[in-house]
Design a protein around this ligand. Structure first.
Ligand SMILES: NC(=O)c1ccc[n+]([C@@H]2O[C@H](COP(=O)([O-])OP(=O)(O)OC[C@H]3O[C@@H](n4cnc5c(N)ncnc54)[C@H](O)[C@@H]3O)[C@@H](O)[C@H]2O)c1
Length: 308
């Protein structure tokens, strides 16, 4: 099948492309390289069609969608802090860019889209953890808001134009190729800082919790959601809450290197506690995360030592 992956040169997109190629699909990658890297595609550059373009540009979308049957939409402004500093820019990509893509799909041969939303930022501070898909959405950042609006537009296009879709709401994704210099992706940031003997910055008192899910597990749920014919929304995490302090301990065990912690003020827009209930994905998509946190940090560390 000919498949478009938007944001395919990014961290998650490049892993998804790798897995789709294993299944024998023909891949088109559309990316403007704002945070994505050509390096991420190095191993399989010869096997894919790369469109260096922007989802806000209708012509780029037309080029990328030629003959495509299904789409994974990952291109996005992904930083919560950036969205707080510049909500208009965030919305220009995550809302306007997405609507532009949805309009282009209506003029294409695409039958189904998998949209990678967010589970970590869409529920705000949920009343009950782990949060299920029926927990009211209550984002506290422009990023969470723009992803939620994107979901609502997608459902509108589905109802009014018959587009088949699945929405994936991932928890905090980590793994090889995540940018250690970005503002998102605390595991990569900490591994990068340990390697450079820099202190680990902890925003808040270290009691904040997150649900960390390995990138290959996200690739597999996206593919399971594409194969399912249902129009539906699925959390993708582990269901396990990990405090920042526990995360740092596990990273310390894996790297066996000394490190210092530096406590800073909490960042606006960051939620305090989150983990996702993944019962629905387990029962309806027959998906379960395979990689434990310690294993995943080990794989990520092995990659870091060789690549960065
Ligand atoms: N990393 C996480 O923890 C996490 C968690 C939940 C959801 N997500 C979602 O997963 C998706 C992928 O995130 P990631 O972590 O791989 O980030 P990333 O920044 O590595 O990937 C995003 C990709 O989109 C590209 N892009 C950005 N704006 C674009 C535009 N206007 N036109 C074309 N390409 C554009 C970037 O160059 C990059 O390659 C995003 O939609 C993000 O919101 C990520």
């Amino acid at each position: 099948m000919k498949i478009l992956v938007t944001g395919g040169a990014g961290f998650v997109g490049s892993h998804l492309i790798e897995e789709l190629l294993v299944e024998g699909h023909e891949i088109v990658c559309l990316d403007n390289f704002s945070t994505g890297k050509k390096n991420n595609l190095n191993q399989f550059q010869e096997q894919i069609t790369l469109v260096d373009g922007d989802i806000v540009d209708t012509k780029d979308l037309q080029t990328a969608l030629d003959g495509v049957e299904s789409v994974y939409h990952l291109a996005a402004q992904i930083s919560v802090s950036h969205s707080v500093r510049d909500p208009l820019f965030d919305a220009s990509i995550n809302i306007n860019g997405f609507i532009n893509l949805l309009n282009a799909l209506l003029k294409s041969s695409v039958k189904r889209i998998v949209y990678v939303s967010t589970g970590g930022a869409i529920y705000g501070e949920p009343p009950k953890i782990p949060a299920s898909e029926t927990t009211p959405e209550a984002p506290i950042s422009p990023y969470g808001l723009s992803k939620l609006v994107g979901e609502k537009y997608l459902r509108w296009y589905s109802t009014n134009h018959g587009l088949s879709y699945a929405i994936i709401r991932p928890a905090n994704i980590y793994g090889p190729r995540q940018d250690p210099l970005g503002e998102a992706g605390v595991i990569s940031i900490f591994l990068g800082r340990i390697l450079n003997q820099e202190p680990l910055e902890i925003f808040g008192d270290g009691s904040d919790t997150r649900d960390y899910v390995y990138v290959k597990d996200i690739a597999s749920i996206c593919m399971a959601a594409m194969d399912s014919k249902k129009n539906d929304t699925y959390n993708a995490g582990t269901g396990i809450q990990i405090t920042l302090e526990d995360l740092v301990d596990t990273i310390g065990e894996v790297t066996s290197l000394p490190y210092k912690k530096e406590y800073k003020e909490p960042r606006p827009g960051d939620v305090k506690k989150i983990a996702l209930d993944i019962t629905k994905a387990k029962t309806e998509l027959n998906w379960t995360p395979r990689i434990s946190l310690k294993e995943g940090i080990q794989y990520t560390w092995d990659w870091f030592k060789n690549e960065t």
